[in-house]
Design a protein around this ligand. Sequence first.
Ligand code: NAI
Length: 505
Amino acid sequence: MSALNTSARIAVIGAGAMGAGIAQVAAQAGHPVLLLDNRPGAAAQAIEGIDRQLGKRVENGKLSADSRSATIARLQAVEAIEALADCDLIIEAIVENLEVKRALFRQLEGICSAHCILASNTSSLSITSIAAQLEHPQRLLGLHFFNPAPVMALVEIVSGLASDPALAECLYDTAKAWGKKPVHTRSTPGFIVNRVARPFYAESLRLLQEGAADCPTLDALMREAGGFAMGAFELTDLIGHDVNYAVTCSVFDAYYQDTRFQPSLIQKELVDGGRLGRKSGQGFYAYAQGAERPQAAEISSAATVDVCAVEGDLGFAQGLLGRLQEQGVEVLQRDGRGLLRVGDAVLALSDGRMACQRAREDGLRNLILLDLAFDYAKAQRIAISHAAGIDPLALEQGVALLQRAGLKVSLLSDSPALAVLRTVAMLANEAADALLQGVASAADIDLGMRAGVNYPQGPLAWADAVGLPHILSTLDNLQAAYGEERYRPSLLLRRRVAEGRNFHD
Ligand code: NAI
């Protein structure tokens, strides 16, 4: 079944933030769109709001005046549900309440024609359960847009137990025709994005709770080493802690309190204290006028280093060597097991063991562990950690070497897998479990995370690039260090390593 053609009549129920955005997307794609809300006048107001938004785009030269008026002419506010009788697709974006949504769809079945597709924009409710009491549950699917709908490219096409696969294809093709990037997913808690993204917040929150570093340092590491657009604290301040915490709690409960999704007491305290983020003027950071953003912590060294030696292959961190050479540092090559020596210091990419543990187990004095960077050739900052009792001169030499490569250096307490490596390993682990459980394909999971939350790379492709054996040992070591189920590696990750295959093979 191909995309609905532009003469197909679309209705959107709920003229709030999401409904208005979805109506705008459909109208801009050329469909006649009816907008309905149970608050009298709300649909008409939403259309006025869309018109104002489009007006700004016209003023900025991003949209023609003709496109604006044509879009607005296709939008019609209606006040009675009976007006939706001859629609081809009805998208619901009302309050997030199972019983209210069920009642609405039951009512719609009595009004609309047999061929009308029913869709819900729910982000946390089960499509199977919304559809369960319908006469024709096969025609109900999830069509999950991201906020703001006109801007965000991702749309999750969610199939419940009864959903008709042909209709899932039709909605997929339709979303594509609307300029979106659709992905297919089964109706499981959090679908793709709200599930796989949980560790991004959870691991930074845990590092903060353990005093590994402060918020600005962890945020800077996620941006300047991890390649993410924002760190977890600035992002949750933007999303709103009430919203982000509620999603975490809902996913945690839906997976029967699997500790992988355990909510954070630090975030709960912010919610309890009304520190909801930007919207309340205070979250992890202060947003009052004139409030200053604290700086990321950085250590520096005045030592001079002109030569270092690589023993073996630094693995994914190999890009560091080119940077050092470009800056005139002589890099000697020797056989060995992936170490970088400078003066009395020895540097290595973290494998998930704490520095104290690895130094003892591998007999390495003055060990400095390096965190993961998205691209070592381009990163601006890197996290390091070391065991207590490191020779201060060796630390100076190690930091000086990283500075020679043009990196800012942030020191974390001796935490397993530091910040970026731990986050990426856990994102990949969650993505692997979603893949194992048939929630979505590897391609759709990765696309979901790139288009839905702007990750620089899909977690599965990222893990492939780092090397699945490295991700697996990182998780095994994290699990051993904490003694917690939370870090257990996915069966699929272990299987792929044993098979010598990548996720995208
Ligand atoms: P909102 O509160 O901004 O808007 C909901 C609108 O629905 C309101 O205008 C309300 O008057 C109307 N409404 C409530 N019950 C109704 C009913 N029985 N019949 C007709 N209209 C009714 O909510 P928002 O944020 O737009 O969310 C709507 C849906 O989209 C929810 O299911 C939510 O989970 C989902 N969603 C929200 C996202 C977000 O970031 N806000 C992202 C993706 C999905």
